[in-house]
Design a binder for this molecule. Structure first.
Ligand SMILES: [Fe+2]
Ligand SMILES: [Fe+2]
Length: 263
């Protein structure tokens, strides 16, 4: 029996619990944003979050094998790793919507919109992967993104500080290099997809910055020193140059924050 969600925040659970990757993306795209948000509702954890397919097998970040981009398999593996990040990003955005009550309606609408864009990114990459003769699940993948979601599940400030404005911002830094590799190896389509993704990811990081500052202000915290504390407390991965300063500026990082990158 399919239960019709009565609020936007509950509606986020449907794709989040879905284990089939393509169906997850389609369900995220189908969330009806006209539903009442129900911002104050405490939604019980239904268990089984996130729903994930049996494949890809998950390995430690350090155990990922890097294949040569001179081969079709190597290029497909790289496209697969980005598709995997996008699939995680759908879940990460949806998890914020149901889990954390008490924010303004605009907050939840932002994160549903982000989940829909992540779903679009995943489907673009999955389709491209199929055109290369592979599919999502054909290569191993790592679990690092969702691990940060688990670590930050009891504090919204930590979640927003460390997922969108740290891990997703790291994606902004990585994007030009990855695009360059794929285009140099002759994959122009992947290059075009990465351009679309980068543009929208700037918006996601911008939402992260906006709401991070909103929560800091509500709690009377200094955004910059609080960020250093979050990085230490939650053992966030260290950022490494080169940074995409142009994209980071567009996403609303302040000069002082840019000067402190990698500290
Ligand atoms: Fe994305
Ligand atoms: Fe994103």
């Amino acid at each position: 029996m399919v239960v019709t969600p009565i609020s936007l925040r509950q509606a986020a659970l449907l794709p989040l619990l879905e284990s089939h990757a393509v169906r997850k993306a389609q369900l995220a795209l189908a969330i009806d944003t006209r539903l009442p948000v129900s911002a104050q509702e405490a939604i019980p954890n239904p268990g089984g979050i996130p729903g994930r397919p049996d494949r890809p097998i998950l390995v430690a970040h350090t155990e990922m094998r890097h294949l040569s981009l001179a081969t079709l398999e190597g290029r497909a593996a790289l496209v697969h790793s980005i598709a995997h990040i996008e699939l995680n990003a759908i879940d990460l955005a949806l998890d914020v919507v149901w889990r954390f009550a008490g924010m303004p309606d605009a907050f939840y609408l932002d994160w549903v919109q982000i989940a829909k864009e992540e779903a679009k990114h995943f489907l673009l990459l999955q389709k491209h992967l199929q055109s290369l003769g592979f599919d999502y699940g054909d290569f191993p993948a790592h679990h690092a993104l969702w691990q940060m979601a688990e670590r930050t599940q009891s504090d919204l400030l930590a979640r927003i500080g460390l997922v969108p404005r740290t891990l997703e911002a790291r994606g902004l830094d990585a994007s030009p290099g990855v695009k360059n590799k794929l285009v140099s190896a002759g994959d122009m389509v992947a290059g075009q997809i990465l351009d679309i993704i980068l543009e929208e990811e700037i918006g996601h990081v911008a939402a992260g910055n906006r709401w991070y500052r909103f929560i800091c202000q509500e709690r009377g915290l200094d955004p910059i020193s609080t960020y250093s504390e979050l990085i230490q407390t939650y053992k966030a991965p260290k950022l490494r140059a080169p940074y995409n300063l142009e994209a980071r500026r567009k996403a609303g990082f302040e000069e002082e924050e840019l000067n402190r990158l990698g500290e």
